[in-house]
Design a protein around this ligand. Structure first.
Ligand SMILES: [Zn+2]
Ligand SMILES: [Zn+2]
Length: 662
């Protein structure tokens, strides 16, 4: 295992890289960390506020009574204050502490507001607000529904954050999946908060911001499990979890009212492929000292039992690779580095070379190798352009396209458009991914095409070809049991997932009144005496298509739906300056009726349009009145005839001369 990865597993203390820690070192470190933590708490609100150019808040949060000692404490992101400056501010903060007590008694509220990720799977973003401080956990995007024609990306409405940008101290990213980082470029267009992410997530964010031209100005900082960051009134600790991507973390958010645990996506894998097992001890430690609230991943809350370990898929690969005489092609999610690691290992075991095709997979793998998250045995990888020289039974091709995406490498292979890979009877294709709901049709199309070319396609459930990255019921219960939260909010899921997760919590003894089934934009308000859902802020979605930098908006989308469902009728007229018809009207349609078969109707539409021009002429010079008249007449007639409402477009050309001059 490369150096980086090894260090990540063994904790983050500086000494671990150099050698073993003695018990005394360990104790000393913990004491220092606790002391630093207390100092950080005293300074928190004032210090961080000043760092980001905002006047310090009046109140000073007290340290939590018995927070578990962190391994190291970071004092927020750049720009770092000079030592002298920091000391001065710390003192000032302490002096102000006394008079803050009384105010804290009556006023302090923690507001937890999801802006995305509830009643949906995707675009996760949650904000935590306490007094004048806001932190954001995740900033994801989602893919469009089928009825969002031409839309490529859906981004949460972040107006509330933009309006309150002076309060936003930092963004904390749990991991690098698109539904957790995809909206960062849109947030950074509005303002520029520090962003904390683990190394792999950070690498993916950097790639994304490089494409959008925002990398050089972004304030990115790396966080590791065990690190604690102060951000305004919050002290945030990252906790290692397992997921279908390296470097996923949960966050323990220490607030003046208590600790909130935000799990992010997770599962419990005791034999993970990369990184260490989820830090259950840390969850338990927080639970022992009292957890105010838990926000936990609900994706698999309907599934009983446990999610299988990623290792089980490795065994399947071994079985399918061993003794196979065909060329092997494996498709999986481009970001699932653990899966890719296992394909490479299985290939190396049977002496096969591995070639990668698909831009997103190549890019992500290069990052993972650079950071030490994927280890490649010597001479295993070859370039896709070199596969011609390798015998079929000595080759594995790893490719994108597990969801039948039309731009993916597997899709191009299926339809004979891939430059290097031609599919035939000598191929065994392994679909190592789940079918994401909504993608079934496109996946089936690809499978059929591959089979028609003579390939063997293995996708059945009876092979353990895929395991989920999310926790099932027993794992969710374990986290609930370890953290024992006072309040619980299931997140990351559709209503049915949230409901199932709430049911688990109830069965585990959390009173129903303390479980909050919420929605995007809804405020969960917690005080020292209780919690309630109280009010809403603006939330929703913005739609982007490939070309525009601006949100597409509902009007455009409505037009696209009209065009798709009912087609378009174009009426072209030439009028003189007096508004008399010089030429036309000419009626053309697309996607509405087939012209040749509907000549009667077109004839009727033409004469109706001509009538409408004469009717609309009374308001001389005002062509919008003529357009309205044409549209009204045609629309009524078409609806009566066909029950359709096509888009009606009237184009008026102006003739240079008046008709009377001819
Ligand atoms: Zn994820
Ligand atoms: Zn997710």
């Amino acid at each position: 295992m490369p150096e980086k990865n090894r260090r990540g597993r063994s904790g983050r203390s500086k000494k671990s890289a150099a050698g073993e820690l003695t018990a005394r070192d360990e104790a000393q470190l913990l004491m220092e960390a606790q002391e630093e933590l207390n100092l950080a708490w005293q300074a928190a609100a004032g210090l961080e506020a000043e760092e980001f150019g905002v006047a310090p808040a009046e109140r000073r949060p007290a340290p939590p009574k018995e927070a578990p000692a962190p391994r190291s404490v970071k004092k927020a992101a750049e720009p770092k204050p000079s030592k002298k400056g920091a000391d001065a501010k710390t003192k000032k903060a302490s002096a102000a502490k006394n008079d803050a007590g009384a105010k804290r008694q009556k006023a302090e509220k923690l507001r937890i507001i999801p802006l995305g990720g509830l009643l949906e799977v995707g675009k996760n973003i949650t904000l935590y607000e306490y007094g004048d401080d806001i932190i954001v956990v995740d900033c994801g995007s989602t893919f469009p529904d089928e009825d969002m024609l031409g839309i490529e990306l859906v981004v949460p409405d972040m107006s509330y954050l933009v309006q309150n940008k002076k309060k936003v101290r930092a963004v904390f990213i749990t991991h690098g999946h698109e539904d957790h980082i995809g909206s960062l470029p849109y947030l950074l267009r509005e303002f520029n908060p520090p962003i904390y992410a683990t190394p792999f997530a950070r690498g993916l964010i950097e790639g994304k911001l490089e494409e959008s031209g925002q990398l050089s100005s972004a304030k990115l900082a790396t966080i590791h499990p065990g690190d604690v960051v102060t951000a305004g009134a919050f002290l945030v600790e990252a906790i290692n979890v397992n997921h279908s991507m390296p470097d996923a973390v949960a966050y323990a958010i220490n607030t003046p009212l208590g600790v909130v645990i935000h799990t992010g996506d997770f599962k419990i894998d005791s034999t993970p492929v990369g990184g260490g097992m989820i830090d259950l001890a840390k969850f338990g430690e927080y639970g022992k000292h009292g957890v105010l609230a838990l926000l936990s991943d609900s994706t698999n809350a309907e599934r009983t039992g446990y999610t299988m370990s990623e290792r089980t898929v490795g065994e399947t690969f071994d079985n399918l690779f061993r003794g196979c005489s065909q060329r092997i092609i494996v498709t999986t999610f481009a970001s699932n580095m653990h899966r890719i690691q296992q394909v490479i290992e299985a290939a190396a075991k049977v002496g096969r070379k591995v070639a990668i095709t698909g831009r997103s997979m190549e890019k992500t793998l290069a990052l993972a190798v650079k950071l030490g998250y994927v280890e490649i045995p010597r001479d295993t990888i070859i370039d896709i352009s070199q596969i011609k020289g390798v015998a079929k039974n000595k080759l594995v091709i790893l490719t994108t396209g597990s969801q039948g995406e039309t731009l993916s490498a597997l899709y191009r292979m299926a339809f004979g458009n891939h430059r290097q890979v031609e599919i035939g009877p000598g191929d065994r294709i392994i679909m190592s991914a789940s079918q994401i709901p909504g993608n079934e049709t496109s996946i089936t199309t690809v499978i059929n095409q591959l089979m028609m070319r003579g390939a063997e396609v293995i996708y059945e459930r009876l092979y353990a070809l895929h395991v989920s990255g999310h926790a099932c019921q027993e794992e969710l219960k374990l986290i609930l049991g370890l953290t024992k939260p006072t309040y619980f909010m299931p997140v990351h899921g559709e209503f049915k997932h949230l409901r199932a997760h709430a049911g688990l919590a109830e069965r585990m003894g959390i009173p129903k009144k303390n479980i909050f089934l919420s929605e995007n934009g809804r405020i969960l308000e917690i005080t020292a005496t209780g919690a309630k859902l109280s009010g809403t802020i603006q939330a929703g979605q913005l739609l982007y298509d490939g070309s525009s930098a601006e949100d597409v908006g509902n009007v455009v989308l409505r037009d696209r739906k009209t065009l798709a469902e009912d087609g378009i009728v174009v009426v072209t007229l030439t009028l003189d300056r007096e508004g008399a018809l010089v030429c036309g009207p000419e009626v053309t349609t697309r996607g509405f009726v087939y012209n040749k078969e509907s000549e009667d109707m077109l004839g009727k539409l033409t004469s109706l349009a001509a009538d409408a021009v004469y009717a609309g002429r009374s308001s001389k010079g005002d062509w919008s009145a003529i357009k309205q008249a044409v549209k009204g007449k045609l629309s009524d007639y078409i609806y009566k005839q066909s029950r359709k409402r096509p888009m009606i477009l009237t184009v008026i050309l102006e003739a240079d001369i008046a008709l009377s001059n001819l």
